[in-house]
Structures are given as structure tokens and as C-alpha cells.
Design a binder for this molecule. Structure first.
Ligand code: DC
Length: 228
């Protein structure tokens, strides 16, 4: 176990990458290790998608989604041990991981009005920093001045196997197809697509354990702290 570095004041660690690349576990682990807050922006997009489904909004109609984007009240927790999220006061932490929300979230998150709404909330939460933020556009759009930017990837087969283990499923092939379909939408949308941000350190997590990846990100914070 490596030592815990002193964290520079106002530190923002931006962690981007596709589904199943290890973003959530890595981000929570880094935040816990460094005593920082943690924000899961994917959960916010899932929360909006959950709300649109509940309201009966036609997900594939960008104008219909845009028209309602200001309405849901989203409250995101930032404790890496138990982040939590509520939408209109309902605890949706479990519901946003369901297949219906997973199927709706990429088209909903491609709608510019949804992104603008969440961008504002995300920047409010980031505030004066001291936080690890994970998503698809954190280092590129949400926090382009983040002192540490990481872009995580892994082989598609490894990503699918991890998801199946996490979610207790059995069909790795179907999970891999679903991941790749979401990657395609997330990477090709017009507004804030998934990209490797300028200045990001790329870590391919395929052959590393979670602890090894956390160690590598914590080491990047040490470089910021002690550049000599
Ligand atoms: O990380 P996740 O799988 O929970 O994210 C769910 C979806 O949210 C993902 O398919 C794309 C979208 N998303 C996004 O567009 N921008 C972000 N910063 C985070 C997630």
C-alpha cells in the first residue's frame, strides 16, 4: 500500500473513459485514499433518463427530452463510501442501474439541453475543488483546468466481463454488444463527445488490478504536489 500524499488545495482529478473501463471503482478508490469528495456524473445522466422514463417522455425525441430538461431536481451525494443520488426526492441509486435506464441514457445524454443543465449542476458541486469527478467529458468540457486528468480504457471483452461480474449477469456477449453500442453513441454525439482530453494520462486498465490503477492515479497527484 503506498503512502497518502498531501493534496494540493482546490485539487480536481478528472477521470474519463468508456463504460466498464474501471472509472467508478478507480475514482471512488482515489477519492477515499486522498480524503477527497467524489462525483459520478454518469449517475446524474442516468437520473435524468430515469425521470424521463417515469414521466413517459419519448426518449428518442430530442425535442421532447429538451423541453423537460430543466424539471427534475437532482441531488448528488459526494461521499466516496456512499455517494447516493435522489431525483425529485426519490432515492434512485438502485433504479438507475436497471436495463431500462441503461438503454435510455445515451440518447438522453446526447441532448444539448440535458448536458447544459447538468454542466451547471456539476460545476456547482465541483465548486472550490477537493474532488474526483468521473464521466465522459470532465477533462475536456466540465473541468478543463483540472490539475490531474486521466483517460481510462480497457479491452471490450474485459469491460464486458467486469460489468457482468458487477451486475451478476451471465451473458458477456450481450453485455459487450450493449457497451459498444453506448460507446458509439457517446463518442459520436455532437455535444461533448467522449474523447481523450488534452493533457490526459492514458491508462489501459486491462491487465491491472484495481489497486494498481488507484496507485497510478495517486502517483499523478504526487507529481502535481511535488513537480521537482
Ligand atoms: O458512466 P455511466 O455508464 O454510468 O454513464 C451513463 C451514460 O451517461 C453514458 O452512456 C454516457 C453518459 N454520460 C455522459 O454523456 N457524460 C458524462 N460526463 C457521464 C456520462
Amino acid at each position: 500500500m503506498s503512502t497518502t500524499p498531501a493534496v494540493p488545495p482546490g485539487l480536481v482529478v478528472a477521470i474519463d473513459g468508456p463504460s466498464g473501463s474501471g472509472k467508478s471503482s478507480t475514482s471512488r478508490g482515489v477519492a477515499a485514499r486522498l480524503g477527497l469528495r467524489y462525483l459520478d456524473t454518469g449517475a446524474m445522466f442516468r437520473g435524468i433518463a430515469w425521470w424521463m422514463l417515469r414521466e413517459g417522455v419519448t426518449i428518442d425525441d430530442p425535442a421532447a427530452v429538451a423541453a423537460r430538461a430543466q424539471e427534475p431536481v437532482i441531488v448528488s451525494g459526494t461521499d466516496p463510501a456512499a455517494p447516493g443520488i435522489t431525483v425529485d426526492g426519490v432515492d434512485v441509486a438502485q433504479a438507475i442501474r436497471g436495463a431500462d435506464v441503461t438503454g435510455a441514457v445515451s440518447p438522453v445524454s446526447a441532448v444539448p439541453q440535458v448536458r447544459a443543465r447538468l454542466l451547471e449542476l456539476q460545476r456547482e458541486i465541483i465548486g472550490a475543488g477537493g474532488i474526483v469527478v468521473e464521466g465522459r467529458d470532465i477533462g475536456s468540457v466540465v473541468a478543463p483546468d483540472a490539475q490531474v486528468k486521466v483517460y481510462l480504457t480497457a479491452d471490450a471483452a474485459a469491460r464486458a466481463s467486469r460489468r457482468v461480474l458487477e451486475e451478476g449477469g451471465s451473458d458477456v456477449g450481450a453485455t459487450q454488444a450493449s457497451l459498444l453500442a453506448r460507446d458509439a453513441i457517446d463518442s459520436t454525439r455532437a455535444t461533448a463527445p467522449l474523447v481523450m482530453p488534452d493533457g490526459a494520462v492514458h491508462i489501459d486498465t486491462t491487465s491491472y488490478t484495481l489497486d494498481e490503477v488507484i496507485d497510478q492515479v495517486v502517483a499523478l497527484v504526487q507529481v502535481v504536489e511535488d513537480p521537482a
